[in-house]
Ligand binder design. Structure first.
Ligand SMILES: [Cu+2]
Length: 372
């Protein structure tokens, strides 16, 4: 028997059914594109400029708590990561696109996590809407209204800095739809892009001065916080460990190629420098609406931001790319290498005479006269 109540219920269900698909995914009538993320220093394939209209770009971030080795001495560290890498992957979209991120906290993890996008507007950058416990996932969408390179990081209440310095940070690059420009409005392009995420690490030591290891992130929390509060990192690394980007892990390029280097530091100031090269064009603050600076020797990345530099390699060889606090570079780990192939240019640099003994009798003649 159909009563008035069942009829009303039926109508309600019918309304719900009719409206559900629209609510589910298609409240925005835009094309969708799913992007497979890759581990840094590499960046997923993307267009530098686009003639297409805005899209919804879908990304998947899998949170992975894992033990990693952070130096040549085999020091173990309880890392917390997006997609298993420190930093997490770089995501590239264009201005006006919608970024739709599925954040997955698998039940093998032990901690709640979330994500704060510096490129997003409102809701603690998404942090307020993405809190997931182990065994949960969440989908967040935000509109890319500003161009530039922006940090994202985990920001769970009560343990924000700890999650950030444990590895939970990465970068979003929002490109202008018509591509990058120089100060005069001329297009700038790159042949390769590398993403370097710098990470200060605070590893507790035992009473003999040896680095301690722990079974889980939670076990390391109290000791690590004590080291963190002194603000003296035990390691400063590029891409998760000392040597992650040196020697056989060097980034590569060819003479004549223009390389974009995106450098992020989610917690602490840093100052990248390419030894033997320059920043031809540098967006020090990473925001492309501001004209790039030219010909920099060293640039400054504010803690909590990502910057971008373009350099066209003009000589072959091994270039060190360092944090030019050289103690942090050499003693604590903040060094990378570029291996560049091509022809040496004698006009730019030439060893006129190789090192040899000072010719006898000449040395005193060449010395500057001493004032008396
Ligand atoms: Cu977290």
């Amino acid at each position: 028997m159909i009563t008035r109540r069942t009829a009303l219920l039926g109508a309600a269900v019918a309304t719900l059914l009719a409206s559900t698909p629209a609510l589910a995914a298609d409240d925005l009538k835009l094309p969708r594109q799913s992007v497979e993320l890759v581990a840094p220093p590499f960046v997923h394939a993307h267009e530098q400029a686009t003639k297409e209209g805005p899209k919804i770009i879908e990304f998947k971030l899998q949170i992975k708590e894992k033990e990693v080795v952070i130096d040549d001495a085999g020091t173990k560290f309880q890392a917390m990561t997006f997609n298993g890498s420190m930093p997490g992957p770089m995501m590239v979209v264009h201005e006006g696109d919608y970024v739709e991120v599925t954040l997955i906290n698998s039940d093998t993890n032990t901690m709640p996590h979330n994500i704060d996008f510096h490129s997003a507007t409102g809701g603690l950058g998404g942090g307020a809407l993405t809190h997931v416990n182990p065994g949960e996932q969440v989908v967040l969408r935000w509109k890319a209204t500003r161009t530039g390179t922006f940090v994202y990081h985990c920001a769970p209440e009560g343990m924000i800095p700890w999650h950030v310095v444990s590895g939970m940070h990465g970068t979003v690059m929002v490109l202008p739809r018509d591509g990058l420009k120089n100060r005069e409005g001329k297009p700038l392009r790159y042949d390769r892009v590398y993403y370097i995420g710098e990470n200060d690490l605070y590893v507790p030591k035992d009473e003999n001065g040896k680095y301690k290891s722990y079974e889980t992130p939670g076990e390391a929390f109290a000791d690590t916080t004590e080291v963190m509060r002194k603000l003296i990192p035990t390691h400063v690394v590029f891409n998760g460990k000392v040597g992650a980007l040196t020697g056989k892990n060097a980034m590569t390029a060819k003479v004549g190629e223009t390389v974009m280097i995106v450098h992020s530091q989610a917690n602490r100031d840093t100052r990248p420098h390419l030894i033997g090269g320059h920043g031809d064009y540098v967006w020090e603050t990473g925001k492309f609406i501001n004209p790039p600076e030219k010909d920099l020797e060293t640039w400054f990345i504010r803690g909590g931001s990502a910057g971008a530099a373009l350099y066209t390699f003009r000589q072959p060889g091994i270039y060190a790319y360092v944090n030019h606090n050289l103690i942090e570079a050499v003693e604590l780990g903040a060094s990378a290498h570029f291996k560049v192939e091509g022809e040496w240019n004698n006009d730019l640099m030439k060893q006129v005479k190789p090192p040899g003994p000072i010719p006898p009798g000449k040395s005193s003649a060449l010395e500057a006269p001493v004032a008396r």
